[in-house]
Design a protein around this ligand. Sequence first.
Ligand SMILES: Nc1ncnc2c1ncn2[C@@H]1O[C@H](COP(=O)(O)OP(=O)(O)OP(=O)(O)O)[C@@H](O)[C@H]1O
Length: 256
Amino acid sequence: MLAWMQRGRTKEPDIAPNAEENMRGSADTVEYTGPLLSVRGVERSFDVGHQKLKVLKGIDLTLYPKQLVMLKGRSGSGKTTLMNLMGGLDVPTKGEIIFRGQPLHEWDDNRRTAIRRKDIGFIFQAYALMPLLSAYENVELSMRMADVPRSEWKARATACLDMVGLAKRMHHRPFEMSGGEQQRVAIAKAIAHRPSLILADEPTAELDSQMAAQVMAVFREIVAKENISICMTTHDTTIMEVADHVYEMVDGVFVV
Ligand SMILES: Nc1ncnc2c1ncn2[C@@H]1O[C@H](COP(=O)(O)OP(=O)(O)OP(=O)(O)O)[C@@H](O)[C@H]1O
């Protein structure tokens, strides 16, 4: 079966010609088997007054399906700038961002927005929940926005909240929940439309160590069960052992 149909997709993505080497199977069983995301020689500069501020200075990163990778580095080293590029919120000054074989860096805003809605989920430090909606309604809202058929909302929202350990609290509103619980609702919300990539910017920064550990356990479970890859930034060295790979950024480049 087509990989994107296994994931509940009905539409075939257009794969760049250079992705052919990563295609396997016959015409009706073709499956994309390459990296989920490749960042190649990426640079990003910003105009600040009359000067150019070079923030990313040549980044290479490969993210495979079912991988949890972390970006660490001092404040200002360029982690968020890179995540914005990986999620198609921004485009590089130089270099390539290849997402499921498709050249994200060459696409206009509309096309990047479309793939972002379907295939990428974001989690932020501050949980980004609608305060007047229950946990369940928050998750449902994200599916509505991603054009998931209405008939799937109930089962999927319930399954996602169950996966993050909040089945019994799905009708509570954010202010009735702890920070860790709110972040788990944000995770359920981010995975509900079945993206293949989750980008999380400091998802544990506001949490104590026990809640942070719970969130990381949920991330590991999602990677294993949902066929999702996660790339997250963190300053917290205690959670880094959970990662499949940790990239350390110093002044716009990775160090090993
Ligand atoms: N749109 C922009 N215009 C100008 N400068 C920017 C822009 N975005 C980021 N920068 C600069 O790029 C540098 C890297 O910022 P970035 O947010 O990527 O760092 P970070 O590693 O994520 O830091 P933190 O850990 O504090 O979130 C900073 O000096 C920041 O001021």
